[in-house]
Design a protein around this ligand. Structure first.
Ligand code: SF4
Ligand code: SF4
Ligand code: SF4
Length: 271
């Protein structure tokens, strides 16, 4: 739907964590009224209704995703099933019931536990500033196939993580620089670079607000089942330690992160 410049400017002032929902709702309500252009009047009317009714829209958690499933060519993994499993974990944990018991007064969006999945390291869904951030990873592997020295992998890697050895000895990957985006394998015409393992990087404890903080990354790449175990451990920790609506990112300590990373069953498939 078309937006006037003034309406676009107004919606950009809405706090980031509710902006997408406000925007969707503005368009939905305008469409219901047969309108095809969003002006400042539509934004204001919807914004007022939306904020007044906040408590009814809270579900206790949000599992956000990037736009990978709409066919983004950068996807390193397909995380659809993992997203569904994580959603089920949160439903079963009754986070909304927990918040209703522990928060005095009306629930607000900022009380919700926020998880973000991105299907590649471009991280369009901003996992670095969520309670749990999950980033798809495809780890490159050097096979025995002969390299043609075409340098396509060098051109494709934005991290300078591929080095071509002299005398046709093929590529080496600097795994300290590599973000496991999967691009070098995608462009290699000879199969010299292939996908070693696919999985997820996991980051915990990111947030915005008055004291913003980037999430801390657990070392390694984890399988989908391991990610589910990590999320389960995070939910248990949150329900044990959070009082009065404190966010997961507020109660999480460095020791907690180390403990979760070291728990049996969450040893990474690659480091
Ligand atoms: S995070 Fe990666 S896969 Fe997802 S929408 Fe962005 S570029 Fe595409
Ligand atoms: S996976 Fe991505 S970051 Fe890693 S070496 Fe290949 S292109 Fe570079
Ligand atoms: S590893 Fe593949 S992409 Fe890189 S130079 Fe060799 S053939 Fe080309």
């Amino acid at each position: 739907m078309k937006w006037s410049d003034e309406a676009e400017a107004a919606v950009k002032k809405v706090p980031l964590f509710v902006r997408k929902r406000v925007r969707t709702r503005v368009e939905k309500e305008a469409a219901e009224q047969g309108k095809h252009l969003i002006t400042i009047a539509e934004v204001k009317a919807t914004q007022t209704r939306f904020l007044n009714k906040q408590g009814h829209d809270i579900k206790g958690y949000q599992v956000e995703r990037c736009f990978g499933q709409s066919g983004c060519p950068n996807r390193a993994v397909i995380s659809d099933q993992l997203a569904t499993k994580i959603d089920t974990l949160f439903k079963e944990a009754d986070i909304l019931g927990f918040l209703r018991q522990t928060v005095t007064g009306n629930l607000k969006f900022h009380h919700e536990f926020r998880v973000s999945l991105a299907d590649c390291p471009n991280a369009c869904s901003q996992p670095q500033i969520r309670d749990i951030g999950i980033i798809g990873a495809a780890v490159p592997h050097v096979s025995g196939e002969a390299c043609s020295d075409c340098e396509a992998c060098i051109d494709e890697c934005r991290e300078d993580a591929v080095v071509l050895m002299k005398n046709g000895a093929g590529p080496r990957i600097d795994y300290r620089r590599c973000l496991s985006c999967g691009r070098c394998m995608a462009v290699c015409p000879t199969g010299t670079l292939t996908t070693g393992q696919t999985g997820y990087r996991v980051q915990l404890g990111g947030k915005l607000g008055r004291h913003p903080r980037l999430a801390r990354e657990l070392p390694g790449v984890f399988s989908a089942d391991q990610v589910v175990n990590i999320v389960r451990a995070c939910i248990a920790l949150y329900k044990k330690k959070s009082t009065a609506g404190a966010r997961f990112s507020e109660i999480l300590t460095g020791a907690d992160v180390d403990r979760i990373a070291g728990q049996a069953g969450v040893q990474p498939i690659s480091q």
